[in-house]
Design a protein around this ligand. Structure first.
Ligand code: PMV
Length: 332
């Protein structure tokens, strides 16, 4: 590597309170609808990108060379950065996750946010954060949101925008007033059966519920923004839960169905409902995997985590609001 053309970036995963599920443009990764998330303070990804004189890119993920689809996606992303920077050098990418990849724990969000930041710096492409979110989006849609900390809105962009790439970006929500925690129940940490990319494509093309999902998620987004601005935790929780369950029902209606929920997920969801009936302020959300994340007031997170640990027997991690993606001075 040549010292001055290397950079290290750290980014955190985010969990959507109003989900992104469905693309209207696969190449540009343009979503069908806006989505809204909270960046977490746990499970960061650290990525180092250094330019090299070698003729191919080398990608190391969690200590082992990447191969197959994962390597292709990262190399394609580097090609995009090189094209924009008008550079041709290959790169060595060393990335470390603190969470298992492809388990529906948003490792692609933190991964591509960290890669976008480190690669754009290493290739000398000066990007302000909103532009960085557009670039990260091309790697993995949800990565656009991990560029920012706290509550984040990702704009789908108007379908008739003059430049649709420019119109679809993330930005922090400055009027959100809520101390929200997300308690992650690690039901399972193995790779998922179907990639979110394939699952979304199948849902858009074949699920009879997809048009209804789009209308519902757009309404949820408007209601969620109002609930966050009002600091109304009960409304935030209820909207987030119905949105996540609606997303799962929609993909489960695809042909063939996409089933990320396992019996252990259903059991955890049931425990959340039971805890709520018992008077606790808890609501569930789920992504493209079997793990269940439980929203609750920040000051009750440890108590809720203790309950969930005991009731489900799974590993439970408390997550709170996390920071922006940042560059780090030294190599990890
Ligand atoms: O960014 P992707 O392609 O991994 O899609 C993520 C989709 C969900 O996590 C299920 C929802 C979301 O908005 O993050």
């Amino acid at each position: 590597m040549t010292g001055s053309e290397a950079a290290v970036a750290v980014a955190h995963p985010n969990i959507a309170l109003v989900k992104y599920w469905g693309k209207r443009d696969e190449r540009l990764v343009l979503p069908c609808a806006d989505s809204l998330s909270m960046t977490l303070d746990v499970f960061p990804t650290t990525t180092e990108v250094g330019l090299t004189r070698h003729s191919t890119d080398l990608v190391i993920v969690d200590g082992a060379p990447a191969s197959g689809e994962m390597e292709r996606r990262i190399v394609r992303f580097l090609d995009l950065v090189r094209e924009r920077a008008a550079r041709t050098e290959r790169a060595v990418v060393i990335t470390r996750n603190t969470v298992p990849v492809a388990a529906g724990l948003a490792s692609s969000a933190s991964g591509f946010a960290a890669l976008a930041l480190a690669a754009s710096r290493a290739y000398g492409l000066p990007l302000e954060p909103v532009a960085l979110s557009r670039l990260a989006r091309r790697g993995s849609g949800s990565a656009a949101r991990s560029v920012f900390g706290g509550f984040v809105l990702w704009h789908a962009g108007a379908p008739d925008a003059a430049d649709p790439d420019l119109a679809s970006y993330a930005e922090p929500l400055t009027d959100a007033r809520l101390d929200l925690a997300l308690v992650v129940v690690l039901v399972q940490t193995g790779p998922k059966p179907v990639s979110s990319r394939e699952a979304m494509r199948r849902t858009v093309r074949t699920s009879p519920l997809f048009p209804g999902w789009l209308a519902a998620t757009r309404a949820d987004l408007t209601a969620m923004r109002a609930a966050l601005a009002a600091g109304d935790l009960a409304a935030v929780g209820a909207i987030a839960e119905r949105n996540a369950l609606g997303m799962h029902r929609t993909m489960e209606s695809a042909i063939p169905p996409v089933n990320y929920r396992t019996s252990a997920s259903h059991q955890a969801l049931e425990e959340v409902r039971r805890m709520r009936s018992g008077g606790l302020q808890v609501w569930a959300t789920m992504d493209a995997g079997p793990n269940v994340k439980v929203l609750c007031p920040g000051e009750e997170a440890d108590h809720v985590a203790g309950h969930l640990r005991q009731l489900t027997g799974h590993t439970v991690v408390v997550a709170r609001s996390g920071p922006d993606a940042v560059l780090r001075e030294q190599a990890p």
